[in-house]
Ligand binder design. Sequence first.
Ligand SMILES: [Zn+2]
Length: 153
Amino acid sequence: MGNNIADRRDVAVLTVRGRGFRVERIAWKNSDGLSFDVHDVATGVCLTAESYDWQPREGDVVELLDRLKSGLEDGTLDPLDHDRAELATVLGIELLHEGDEDGGDDEGGADGREVNWQCPGCFAVFYVGEEDLAVDHVQIHCDKVDGAGRALS
Ligand SMILES: [Zn+2]
């Protein structure tokens, strides 16, 4: 696919919610159309699974971030398009990684406990010893996963 690119260059850096986002313009060899992708400057993560066909501005990036955030939270993002951990970093969402140094989260007694399983649908975290809770979560409480704990899309 790279062969069809006639030119790619950065055309803008937008600051949205305190982060820098690089707008890259791509011109194609066989088309007059232009494509625009948005990348997070700090991490280099590309946020546009589907390119814009106009040059996005701050309001477009706000809308994009909101769409990605809700997709991440309700499990509807296509994992082929986005790496959830990378996206969470960009969006400032905590996915509760092991070794997370931000101890002030709302999990209270989570410090030092070993994560056993995280729901891929709603990202609820279950610790070692909470297997029964996790089973109840999958089978009863969570409507984001099927009975085997796989995210519904
Ligand atoms: Zn869940």
